[in-house]
Design a protein around this ligand. Structure first.
Ligand code: ZN
Length: 137
């Protein structure tokens, strides 16, 4: 049964109707290659993070891009008017997602991260605590 992601705070729909698929269908590429096919949603079981290195190469922290349980979608399934830029939203000609969450719902709730730069994958990844999957109409 198709589902739709809605903002947990205000219940606004954030995506088109989607079907769940498994993680083998999530492949992070580059050069704006979509990491998920349109019409599909993938729940990622692992946190996505990278180590932050200090001046001497030692690990001084961890930068979490998305927590475990985040939901990956194709950008075409997210209407452009549903989200706005927030937080640190850098990029060359799009959003590079390197600074973590960069998209908010119109109500202001931070809901996830967009990757849309020329050298990154094309993906909108929603935070598990910020959205809810409801049956699509
Ligand atoms: Zn909202």
């Amino acid at each position: 049964m198709p589902i739709q992601l809605v903002c947990r705070a205000c219940r606004r729909p954030l995506t088109a109707p989607l079907c769940w698929t498994d993680e083998t269908n999530h492949v992070v590429g580059q050069d704006r290659e979509p990491s998920v096919l349109a019409g599909l949603a993938v729940r990622l079981s692992n946190e996505s993070a990278s180590s932050i290195h200090g001046p001497d190469g030692q690990i001084v922290g961890v930068h979490v891009f998305s927590p475990a349980g985040a939901i990956a979608t194709h950008p075409d399934d997210v209407p452009p008017e549903a989200l706005r830029s927030t937080g640190v939203d850098n990029g060359c000609c799009g959003s590079d997602g390197s600074d973590g969450p960069n998209r908010a719902c119109l109500c202001g709730a931070v809901v996830g991260t967009e990757w849309s730069d020329c050298w990154t994958q094309a993906e909108l990844r929603f935070h598990p605590d910020a959205v809810e999957a409801v049956p699509a109409d």
